[in-house]
Write a protein that binds this ligand. Structure first.
Ligand SMILES: NC(=O)C1=CN([C@@H]2O[C@H](COP(=O)(O)OP(=O)(O)OC[C@H]3O[C@@H](n4cnc5c(N)ncnc54)[C@H](O)[C@@H]3O)[C@@H](O)[C@H]2O)C=CC1
Ligand SMILES: O=C(O)C1=N[C@H](C(=O)O)C[C@H](O)C1
Length: 262
């Protein structure tokens, strides 16, 4: 089998560094390139592959690569556009995208196979498949709430995973997520409307990523918690997605659940 060639964007970042290390250790992969933004590109030569601050230039030296991008929204949109133009593929894990930026990814995915997922763990993606069933079985008497905890360096809130889980709950209810989400409660807020999904954010220390979905009912409650023990969990999912993408055609913006269902 041919090794899957990957290029890691943001290779000096928390996720980028983990991805590069795991790709180098994977016998089915070749770490073909690493990219960082200018001023953050120290030590790139140590990866022993094509490197630089321009993804276009790095890809110019390679053929048929999968770019793995866990960086920042603007950077990931640029990656998707470059990959679409150059005929490569991309796995994107970046969160905090605006609606317009998500549409840009969708547009780029018409020209190149691109997978975007706010969480690359198997556990969260299986949970996304189970939640609609729970919502429907429990019915209207159960209030839906969401809580996430992450390390203090995280830039976006709520986490991309929390948004995705809450959107999944809203969809199962037939509600419009933007109309029912409540990301902040303070003061004399009155009784909780039943058509609401609270999404609360905690930040501190070095927490890798915890997500809890609550179903508050009469006389009982269900809490489902997913805890990521390390970033390797997400990185392994992204490398699996890179290999899977080799067999996919452009046309839709793939999700990690597409991989699990195939
Ligand atoms: N989908 C998933 O499973 C996961 C997603 N994430 C998301 O991944 C993103 C990155 O997270 P971390 O690694 O913790 O952040 P980080 O800040 O440690 O790393 C980001 C890296 O990207 C680099 N970068 C930024 N703009 C760039 C550009 N234009 N070109 C090249 N490199 C650029 C930065 O210099 C930095 O080294 C966040 O959006 C986070 O929410 C994080 C963990 C798991
Ligand atoms: O920034 C992080 O660290 C993480 N971000 C993702 C998110 O926003 O959901 C996934 C994971 O929980 C870690």
């Amino acid at each position: 089998m041919n090794a899957c060639s990957v290029v890691i964007m943001g290779a000096n970042g928390r996720m980028g560094g983990t991805l590069a290390r795991l790709a180098q250790a994977d016998p089915e992969m070749t770490l073909a390139g690493v990219v960082e933004r200018q001023g953050h590109d120290q030590g790139l030569a140590d990866f022993g592959c094509v490197h630089g601050t321009s993804l276009e230039q790095v890809l110019g030296e390679l053929s048929d690569a999968v770019v793995i991008d866990f960086t920042a929204p603007e950077a990931s949109v640029a990656t998707a556009k470059i990959v679409a133009k150059a005929g490569h593929r991309a796995v994107i894990g970046t969160t905090g995208m605006t609606r317009e930026q998500t549409e840009d990814l969708r547009e780029a995915a018409k020209a190149a196979p691109i997978l975007w997922a706010p969480n690359m763990s198997v556990g969260i993606n299986v949970l996304l498949q189970l939640l609609p069933q729970l919502v429907n079985l429990l019915g209207p008497a159960y209030d839906l709430e969401m809580m996430e905890i992450h390390h203090k360096a995280k830039k976006d809130a709520p986490s991309g995973t929390a948004v995705k889980l809450a959107q999944c709950l809203a969809e199962a209810k037939g509600w419009d997520y933007d109309s029912v989400k409540n990301c902040c409660r303070e003061g004399i807020i009155g009784a909780r409307p039943s058509e609401e999904i609270g999404v609360q954010t905690l930040r501190g220390g070095d927490v890798v990523g915890d997500h809890t979905v609550f179903f508050f009912g009469p006389g009982e409650r269900i809490e489902i918690t997913h805890r990521a023990h390390s970033r390797e969990n997400f990185a392994r999912g992204a490398l699996r997605a890179a290999k899977w993408l080799a067999g996919q055609t452009p046309g839709k913006l793939y999700a990690f659940t597409d991989l699990l269902e195939s």
